[in-house]
Design a protein around this ligand. Sequence first.
Ligand code: RB5
Length: 145
Amino acid sequence: MKIGIGSDHGGFELKEYIKEYLDREGISYIDYGTNSIESVDYPDYGKKVSEAVVSKEVDKAVVICGTGIGISIACNKVKGIRCALCGDTYSARMSREHNDANILALGGRVIGRDLALEIVSIWLKTKFEGGRHEKRVEKISEIEG
Ligand code: RB5
């Protein structure tokens, strides 16, 4: 499994912390930036990461901005993306089991670093349940046209 990771300046520090975790766990990833705390625009990074997921350059991804809101909105504009903004472990698990989320968004200025790692760990491990949830996810794709 290869993970994409990206953030704006508001998520940069948490992105680096998550990368250390991925390194420790031996999970391979591609970092799509940003590479410093210098101010940048979150839609640029949401788009880059989302396109990498859609083109299957990576299997899933984690994106971070200050609140997680802007970057998750941007990701969800890309056809094929189901980006879930999560601030707790239950939502993280459900976003995989029920919604088959392919991108996890986090708020770097909102949640603590260790809660973020728990969320990432659960989100990466949890599988889509399928079954009755399949047709609901298909209906989301139908909305995209
Ligand atoms: C940047 O200051 C901030 O607006 C951004 O990181 C994010 O929180 C947007 O939703």
